[in-house]
Design a protein around this ligand. Structure first.
Ligand code: UD1
Length: 369
């Protein structure tokens, strides 16, 4: 009889939870897997963490490290310090990390130091912008991973170019899309349009939280000036991230925003609410990584307020357009979508809701679960 193996999974920040959910669900089905879930506590607000556990039916974490916010160095160090004794106690056969947040790198480094085989889900994405904290998290995590699962072909290419052994790399598709397809219809039943007085296909969804966009006063001011113009043509709903809220307050921009009649502000929304809003919108303005992928999977036009993307397939065949943060360009591109038929996209290979199954099947072969 095959040995039962123990897999320790790490999640810590909002974009991790929709990736870990289908994986845990698949692990639960396997008699040969004993899973452990660790929440680092990088995100701790109800809207950024707990709501995802209840909506996506993720089991309560076996451990919550309660790390909280701080500088990146502090946060990574704190997670490592608190997770090491758990690794030692649980003695997992595999550690799984997802995405590119600080919790991802901290878990990966600890697994390396304790010689535990490491799995990275969403490996190989590269923005080629070293100033982006997620970029260093990705590169370092991939370098030390033993099994690398990629969402798109460009990621596989990047890993090969960096000298990672081909045998360790698997193109399996996008695990986040497993969650999206599972909850797409359920999300539509939420009366969210009514709540915000919106009409289908007649509003845009906005998210903004990247440090390069919200931490610099002049950049943020230019972006806000673009929103001021756009909201004269279409309603904008903006679910504000805590980092952004803090910066808006610090720069004295809250008054400016309150004056925009067609700009609706809300605190961070849950997964289902956001999925509902995105699906029914005319287009999305965002600087998030995950939302570029979700809009491609849903066929909703997306304008990405960044200079580059680590998810190029969303722009090559999907509905995404990377437009940067120049005020005039944001306005021109938004009005373009309002007034003309938008770009039609295709769904990337393996973004079909079966990625978690593919991953477990591969691990099964390797580890004989
Ligand atoms: C983190 C990730 C980023 C991801 C984003 C999604 C890293 C390096 N960054 O960025 O990749 O796209 O999450 O949300 O891991 N805060 C709260 N409540 C919380 C968490 C944070 O109020 O539950 C506030 C704190 O003031 C904190 C700030 O938000 O200082 C930033 O949080 P942090 O986790 O450092 O980075 P994010 O900007 O959320």
């Amino acid at each position: 009889m095959a040995k039962r193996i123990k897999i320790l999974n790490i999640a810590g920040a909002r974009p991790n939870f929709m990736k870990i959910a289908p994986l845990i669900e698949e692990m639960k089905k396997r008699k040969g897997i004993n899973y452990v879930l660790v929440h680092t506590g990088q995100h701790y607000d109800f809207e950024l963490s707990k709501i995802f556990f209840s909506e996506l039916k993720i089991p309560k974490p076996d451990y919550n490290l309660g790390v909280g916010s701080g500088s990146h160095t502090w946060q990574i160090a704190k997670i490592m310090e608190r997770i090491e004794p758990i690794f030692k106690k649980e003695k997992p056969d595999l550690v799984v990390v997802v995405g590119d947040v600080n919790s991802t790198l901290a878990g990966a480094l600890t697994a390396l130091k304790l010689n535990i085989p490491l799995v990275h889900i969403e490996a190989g994405l590269r923005s080629f912008n070293k100033g982006m904290p997620e970029e260093s998290n990705r590169i370092l995590t991939d370098y030390i991973s033993d099994y690398l699962f990629a969402t798109e072909a460009s990621a596989v290419k990047n890993l090969l170019k960096e000298g990672i052994n081909k045998k360790k790399i698997f193109l399996v598709g996008n695990i986040m899309i497993d969650t999206l397809l599972k909850y797409k219809n359920k999300a539509l039943k939420i009366p969210i349009l009514k709540r915000f007085n919106l009409q289908k296909q007649n509003y845009t969804v906005l998210t903004l939280h990247r440090p390069e966009n919200v931490d610099d006063k002049m950049t943020l001011q230019g972006i806000l000036e673009a929103f001021e113009k756009i909201q004269r043509n279409i309603k904008i709903i903006w679910s504000i991230h805590p980092r952004t809220k803090k910066q808006l307050r610090k720069f004295g921009f809250l008054g400016k925003i309150n004056k925009m009649e067609n700009l609706i502000i809300t605190s961070p929304l849950g997964y289902l609410e956001m999925l509902s809003l995105i699906q029914q919108s005319k287009f999305v303005l965002t600087d998030s990584g995950g939302i570029q992928e979700e809009t491609t999977a849903l066929g909703i036009p997306c304008l990405t307020l960044r200079e580059e993307t680590e998810r190029p397939i969303t722009a090559q065949i999907g509905t995404n357009k990377v437009i940067g943060v120049k005020k005039e360009v944001i306005i021109k591109e938004s009005l373009g979508i309002i007034n003309n038929p938008p770009k039609k996209g295709k769904i990337p290979k393996y973004w079909d809701g079966k990625t978690s199954k593919r991953i477990i099947k591969i691990l099964d072969k390797i580890k004989n679960i």
